[in-house]
Design a protein around this ligand. Structure first.
Ligand SMILES: Nc1ncnc2c1ncn2[C@@H]1O[C@H](COP(=O)(O)OP(=O)(O)OP(=O)(O)O)[C@@H](O)[C@H]1O
Ligand SMILES: [Mg+2]
Length: 487
């Protein structure tokens, strides 16, 4: 069954049950009320009858007489209203109307009357009287009357039975019920329409989501659905939008990575071909004894350098992959960062001098960090090597500071700098701001900063960079100083 009909059915079932329950209880309540009202008015008639026509002898309470003229008048009056009455004396004998066939009151009812209770009876079916007359179904009230003598003793003097035909009452009830049925029918139609519109609204929204899902399944991720943030379907729409957005983003990322990988493969092939051709040429020279004896040592040295370059290229790629896939374990500890920084400056001093740069490190004696020692050196080495690589006749400064929540390292240079567009890409693998640059003696695979970035993330640190084309660059690194124990 289609969802719209399922929902309609569910809505309608609930509404119809509520209406039915209300209808039934209302109808039984009206029936009770109508009977109660009838009994109350019958009781009032009985009272006025007794007041008008019963005479009790003051001397002897057992002597009761009835004013027959007033009784006859009352009878005519009541008959016009489809009611009739009977009066019984204390011996359970009918004294009015004057009819020998009137049966006595049932013993069980007589007992109740003697106790002073009012008896309300309903005879649902037609009855045949002793005289053979068919009496229609009716309801009546039996009310006892007492006389209290001087000794405060009560004496039953008369019982008045006032009856009305049920058919009259029932026609009233039937009228109310027919109105109620009409109201229920109208309410049911309104409920059905309401159920249809609500269900249709829901299914329309679901169908829209379905169409969008199919679109995504066909590979078109450029889809965003409107959401009012009202209900669970809107939540689903939000989740769907997020999913489509991430799929779109990851596809773009994959395409970008693929582009970089292709560029790198081309670069790597190009870079590998030069050393491999050199090595191959030298090996052939050695094989055919074409290299003079005194140049052999120099040729072997050349081959070693070229092989080292190849190994470095391969190693850096492997390292990046391992960091990216969380396959390296960090051996974190607290240490004074100034010790490795001073050693680093000493090691790179020669490179800096070769490019006529001055390289200095500034900071307090003690700048603590909580990090993997070797990886910290690797990060700082890469950044400083870059600064030297892209600066000629300039100044490179490493500044170590203690901050509020950790330590900060700033590496600034006065080199070529970068444009904003180049800056946005420097954490990408294989990115080189100037792709035309071929290999220098320090290697240029575009992997250095990508590795640095991944390592800093792995340390829960932060790295940012400010650069201006032609003016130089400032790179800031934030490190935590102490192990953070998560609660
Ligand atoms: N201090 C700097 N000044 C100017 N440009 C820089 C600086 N540092 C990095 N860059 C730019 O960012 C690019 C990426 O740097 P990265 O260190 O990742 O690669 P690389 O130095 O080219 O190669 P390698 O993998 O050998 O380090 C560089 O090619 C360069 O264009
Ligand atoms: Mg580099």
């Amino acid at each position: 069954m289609r969802l719209v009909y399922q929902q309609m059915l569910a809505f309608f079932a609930v509404i119809a049950s509520v209406l039915l329950l209300l209808g039934l209880s209302f109808s039984s309540m009206t029936k009770d009320m109508v009977y109660q009202n009838t009994w109350t008015s019958l009781e009032k008639y009985a009272n006025s009858l007794v007041e008008q026509s019963v005479r009790i002898s003051a001397g002897d309470p057992k002597r009761v007489s009835f004013d027959s003229e007033s009784l006859l008048n009352s009878e005519v009056l009541l008959r016009n209203q489809s009611m009739h009455f009977t009066i019984y004396n204390r011996d359970n004998t009918a004294v009015f109307p004057d009819n020998v066939y009137i049966s006595k009151i049932k013993a069980s009812d007589w007992k109740k009357l003697n106790r002073g209770e009012i008896v309300q009876r309903v005879t649902d079916r037609q009855t045949k009287t002793a005289s053979g007359k068919i009496e229609p179904a009716m309801t009546d009230v039996l009310k006892p009357y007492f006389y209290t003598d001087k000794q405060n003793k009560r004496h039953l003097v008369a019982v008045v039975k006032v009856g009305a035909y049920i058919s009259n009452i029932n026609s009233n009830i039937a009228k109310i019920n027919s109105n109620l049925t009409k109201a229920l029918a109208v309410a049911s139609i309104v409920a059905l329409l309401l159920a249809y519109f609500i269900s249709r609204y829901l299914t329309l929204r679901i169908n829209r989501l379905r169409r969008a899902t199919n679109q995504v399944a066909r590979g078109d991720y450029d889809v965003q659905l409107p959401s009012q943030n009202h209900d669970e379907i809107d939540d689903l729409v939000n989740d769907f939008n997020n999913m489509a957005f991430s799929l779109q983003a990851s596809r773009k990322e994959i395409e970008r990575q693929e582009e970089r990988r292709r560029a790198f493969m081309a670069d790597a092939a190009h870079e590998m071909r030069t050393p491999l051709t050199t090595i191959n040429g030298l090996l052939e020279g050695l094989a055919y004894d074409a290299i003079p004896e005194d140049s052999k040592a120099q040729s072997i040295e050349l081959m070693r350098n070229e092989t080292k370059r190849l190994i470095r290229l391969v190693n850096e790629n492997l390292d990046y992959e391992k960091i990216r896939n969380n396959q390296i374990a960090l051996n974190k500890r607290e240490f004074n960062a100034m010790t490795p920084l001073r050693t680093l400056v000493e090691q790179l001093q020669q490179r800096a001098e070769a490019k006529h740069d001055t390289l200095t490190v500034n900071g307090l004696d003690e700048v603590p960090v909580y990090a993997d020692y070797d990886r910290f050196v690797q990060i700082m080495f890469n950044i400083t090597a870059n600064a030297i690589q892209f600066t000629d006749n300039g100044q490179i400064t490493i500044l170590a500071q203690r901050g509020n929540h950790g330590s900060v390292f700033k590496v600034s240079d006065t080199g070529i700098g970068m444009t904003d567009e180049q800056l946005a890409n420097i954490w990408e693998r294989y990115y080189k701001a100037d792709p035309s640059r071929t290999s220098t003696k320090y290697g240029e695979s575009g992997l250095g900063l990508a590795i640095v970035h991944q390592l800093v993330l792995l340390h829960q640190g932060r790295i940012d960079v400010m650069s201006k084309k032609g003016e130089g660059q400032l790179l800031r690194l934030f490190y935590q100083t102490r192990k953070i124990v998560k609660q």
